[in-house]
Write a protein that binds this ligand. Structure first.
Ligand code: IMP
Length: 429
């Protein structure tokens, strides 16, 4: 089965949207397997611009979209997004969207707790998207989450709400935030039920059928390896496993069905939110990357922090995430820079290491060790073959491949979908 899983190889916002869109046009089914409406990307199709957070990208390309059980689903956010794209002429029906019956829901109390906790953390805040992602995953592993299937059983809902409110109202009270009443929440859940239940199914069965019929499945990751709850820069991470291995558990299919793992990396590095970022640039060069790369969060609108390409970190993401090939994006943002730096390791308290350790103190102390490369004066923008690239740009890409120990299989040279150098079709395995 020729499937592909796409994951971010840095701290998110690597330009997954364009690559996922390109791949979705070659797939039959597109599955979201983790994250929630903390993700966000913009897809330009013809004269329409779609801003998606929860809907799998394939829906825009006329493919079947599946929201897997590994996602945390905010019903209101989904209905709003469906309403928005419908107004743009894209109808979302059970024909083109299916949601796993065991998907945990994000309720209004989750963003309330997320924000109250962030406010209480003050300077130590994680910089979450404030959308309730963390608290919803906490409820899932604590076995008190309300899941999509519960909407079909009002008595189950009522019982589960009692447990959920006991927990959440205690916390909200302690944080000085407003508490939630059961009646209003129950009414809200029952109001969502008839609108959401038609999308519900045991998606594992559909994926199993797809496996047997040879359909092409694209597993669409959100966030990125360095935001993975286990392998990222904890605690400055999201609350799910973002690595490709989670595509199996988060969709309900065996690990052998994941197929080729494609990592997306920007030709430099960005990060939103707090946390360590060894190659961050606080100078004109960093500001220049941010301006030329339009580095503002799709979901948060916050300015992204910018820095040099951290090959040491991406190598780590390649190993941990099982990345077999990279899509390198936004190479054109580096056009015209006299010299470029690649981080090849760190000096941590006098010791040279080739990995970012897990301990927060060591992460904060990591000083990048750079290799300097020549920039290029020509333009890479819109290039569609290696022959169109300046020699120094080709050298830069080749050096990245060596350092991260993975081949670059796609190279994106502008926001336009067709401005992509394809070196290998990921669906070809
Ligand atoms: P949360 O996922 O809202 O809990 O936020 C946790 C961390 O992940 C914060 O640093 C966010 O900025 C970051 N984050 C969450 N989603 C994305 C994304 O789609 N792109 C980039 N960063 C993200």
């Amino acid at each position: 089965m020729a499937n592909v899983a796409v994951i971010g190889a840095q701290w998110g916002d690597e330009g997954k949207g364009k690559v996922v869109d390109w791949l979705a046009s070659r797939a039959d089914i597109v599955v979201r397997f983790q994250g929630g409406h903390n993700a966000g990307h913009t897809l330009v199709v013809g004269n329409q611009t779609y801003k998606l957070s929860l809907l799998p990208s394939g829906v825009v390309r006329g493919k079947l979209g599946i929201i897997g059980n590994g996602v945390v689903l905010d019903p209101q956010a989904l209905l709003d997004e469906i309403g928005k794209v419908s107004a743009q002429g894209l109808k979302v029906t059970p024909e083109n969207l299916r949601i796993a019956e065991n998907t945990p829901l994000i309720l209004p109390l989750h963003p309330a707790l997320d924000r109250a906790r962030e406010a209480a953390r003050g300077e130590a805040r994680i910089g979450t998207t404030g959308r309730g992602i963390g608290p919803a995953y906490e409820d899932k592993v604590a076995r008190r989450a309300i899941r999509l299937c519960d909407l079909a059983e009002p008595e189950t809902l009522s019982r589960k709400l009692d447990e959920l409110l006991l927990h959440h109202n205690t916390l909200l009270r302690g944080l000085g935030a407003e508490e939630f009443g059961k009646d209003a929440l129950l009414a809200q859940l029952l109001g969502w039920a008839p609108r959401l239940l038609p999308f519900m199914e045991a998606v594992w069965e559909r994926l199993d059928e797809a496996r047997h019929s040879g359909a092409r499945v694209l597993f669409e990751g959100a966030q990125a390896v360095m935001l993975d709850v286990d392998h990222g820069t904890y605690p400055y991470v999201t609350s799910s496993n973002t690595v490709a291995g989670n595509a199996a558990a988060g969709a309900g299919i065996g690990p052998d069905a994941i197929g080729m793992v494609l990592g997306i990396a920007k030709a430099y590095t960005t990060r939103v939110g707090s946390g360590p970022f060894p190659t961050e640039l606080h100078d004109e060069i960093g500001r220049g990357l941010g301006d030329r790369g339009h580095e503002f969060g799709t979901v948060t609108g916050r300015r992204r922090r910018c820095g040099w390409f951290d090959a040491c970190m991406v190598r780590q993401a390649v190993k941990i995430g099982g990345i077999q090939g990279l899509a390198l994006t936004k190479l054109d943002v580096l056009d015209g820079m006299a010299e470029l730096k690649l981080c090849v390791g760190y000096r941590i308290r006098g010791e040279v290491v080739r990995r970012l350790p897990s301990a927060p103190g060591a992460q904060a102390a990591a000083e990048p060790i750079y290799e300097t490369m020549e920039g290029w004066s020509g333009s890479t923008r819109g290039a569609r073959s290696y022959a169109d690239l300046p020699a120094a740009a080709v050298k830069y890409v080749r050096r990245i491949e060596e350092l991260v120990e993975a081949p670059v299989v796609l190279l994106s040279t502008s926001p336009e979908r067709d401005d992509t150098i394809t070196l290998r079709d990921p669906f070809a395995g």
